[in-house]
Ligand binder design. Structure first.
Ligand SMILES: Cc1ncc(COP(=O)(O)O)c(C=O)c1O
Length: 403
């Protein structure tokens, strides 16, 4: 090409717009979805169209950090948790880490925890330099057993970590009784349990620390995000500092981030106004999302009650789960999972037992409840996205395979 053809000598050639290559982030993501766009999914992102207007306002406002939307989101969460002391954070894992820190868990301490969960529950315990002591679970709920927790207490126990499997609340009375008796803090990992209730009060209002996740596929998503709810105001105030390096964002500073003495180290765990704006819009829908999960679960429980090849989990009337998962126990799980897959239905064990991971090998012990649960547990689609026909189809397949 001559200079003439290119334009005037010395004139910059305009850059062509970048082509959408196969590696562009906007490429088709169907294959990454639960169900890969063909099978009935086990999870689905709930993203209402009405996030678009407020989100573009925030993005173009010139301020996208922790600001008024974060403040508003935290206030809007208060009735859902039945607790004023809400700290939004950038993930459920951050909430768990912050809770352990606020419970003063440190090097060499012991934390009693459950193996039946996402690794995100237990990795932060290792990150504190603490030791994990596994307590067994109730094989008919997947939740930690307070009686076994009490048996595992030593003078080094600093905290008890409980997970509400699939969103079905643990025996919080039993756990808090043990916590009070020995002066040990209870941390609830309520990542699955947004909107669940126990004795008619929301999960969030029962223990020292309750951690939520607003990750992509939870009932309420902020894309990524989470919340820590603290029982006492002292922990809340300290948590507010530690979620942002230990610096007090509320104090008057003459020169941006300077001047304040930082008393103890913290983290970069705060939420920002972009995620919080999504959260605020989601809150208008989450009641309906929960209603749909619960309605589908009630339908399955009715359909599977008398089914010989399925063990339904235990459901008590003093608590209401959020049914993030609908887990059943199926003795011939492998064949069952393959048959469901062949029928175009996504099913999964969702979480592997944590105690068998190499990173936790030094803490291994005998856990008969986990053994029983892990051998048979499998979750079937229960979420808001199911049509009545799909729900009936899922139930029909389970009945056909398990009678
Ligand atoms: C039981 C449990 N705890 C903690 C987490 C971590 O939450 P996040 O992904 O928001 O860090 C998850 C994530 O899905 C989870 O399922």
């Amino acid at each position: 090409m001559t200079d003439h053809e290119k334009g005037h000598p010395g004139e910059e050639e305009p850059m062509p717009p970048p082509a959408l290559s196969a590696h562009h982030p906007l490429q088709d993501v169907t294959h990454l979805l639960s169900g890969a766009g063909t099978a009935i999914p086990l999870f689905k992102v709930h993203m209402p169209e009405n996030v678009l207007e407020p989100i573009s306002k925030v993005l173009m406002s010139g301020y996208v950090g922790q600001g008024p939307a974060v403040e508003a989101f935290e206030r809007a969460l208060v009735p859902w948790f039945g607790n004023e002391n809400v700290l939004s954070v950038n993930s459920g894992t951050s909430a768990l880490t912050l809770a352990l820190r606020l419970a003063n868990v440190g090097f060499g301490d012991e934390v009693i925890s459950t193996a039946m969960t996402c690794t995100a529950t237990n990795v932060p315990i290792l990150a504190m330099g603490a030791k994990i002591v596994w307590a067994d679970i109730d094989p008919m709920t997947g939740n930690i057993d307070p009686l076994d927790v009490e048996r595992k207490i030593t003078e080094r126990t600093k905290a008890i970590m409980a997970v509400h499997w699939g969103g079905y609340p643990c025996d919080l009375d039993g756990l808090n009784r043990v916590g009070r008796k020995y002066g040990i803090r209870i941390i609830e990992d309520a990542a699955h349990a947004f909107g669940a209730t126990y004795h008619g009060r929301p999960v969030g209002s029962h223990s020292d620390f309750v951690c939520f996740s607003f990750q992509a596929i939870k009932h309420l998503t902020t894309v990524d995000g989470g919340a820590l709810v603290c029982r006492d105001t002292e922990s809340y105030k300290r948590g507010k500092l530690l979620r942002w390096y230990g610096i007090d964002r509320d104090s008057e500073r003459k020169d941006f981030r300077c001047e304040e003495d930082v008393l103890e180290y913290g983290y970069k765990f705060h939420m920002n106004d972009v995620n919080a704006t999504i959260g605020l819009e989601q809150l208008a829908h989450v009641g309906e999302v929960l209603r749909r999960h619960r309605e589908n679960a009630t339908y399955y429980r009715d359909r599977f009650q008398e089914l010989p090849g399925v063990k339904l989990l235990d459901y008590r009337t003093d608590r209401e789960g959020s049914y993030w998962l609908f887990t059943i126990r199926v003795p011939g799980r492998r064949t069952f999972m393959q048959a469901m897959k062949n029928a175009g239905i996504t099913v999964s064990q969702v979480h592997a037992r944590n105690d068998h991971h190499t990173m936790f090998k030094e803490f291994r012990r005998i856990l008969p409840g986990v053994d029983q649960f892990i051998a048979e547990q499998v979750s079937i689609p229960v979420g808001w996205w199911l049509t009545e026909e799909q729900r009936e189809f899922v139930a029909d397949c389970v009945v056909r395979l398990c009678q």
